[in-house]
Design a protein around this ligand. Structure first.
Ligand code: FES
Length: 91
């Protein structure tokens, strides 16, 4: 199982790749706000500063097309495909 290095607000953890960012953060006690865990509320918004990832199904109101283009994502629907550096977005 491949592991990735995930850096969230300057805190780095290592975790298997096949898991969403919110689950990784919760496992390592990194506080990303969340509510629905289903891509609907937008509370878990993050900005990806570097790395490759896929975004699962998410509401267009929780994450707009413009936000996607600017590197924003939702932690609960972000699946790392490489090491990632992200920032938590406080909304
Ligand atoms: S927790 Fe609601 S969109 Fe991620």
């Amino acid at each position: 199982m491949n592991k990735i290095k995930l850096t969230i607000n300057n805190q780095t953890v290592y975790h298997p790749m096949e898991v969403d960012v919110l689950s990784i953060a919760r496992k390592h006690f990194i506080g990303i706000p969340y509510a629905c865990c289903g891509g609907g509320c937008g509370l878990c918004k993050i900005k990806v500063l570097s790395g490759n990832y896929e975004i699962g199904m998410a509401s267009k109101t929780a994450l707009t097309d413009d936000e996607r283009k600017e590197g924003y994502s939702l932690a609960c629907k972000t699946y790392p495909k490489s090491d990632l550096v992200i920032e938590i977005v406080r909304i």
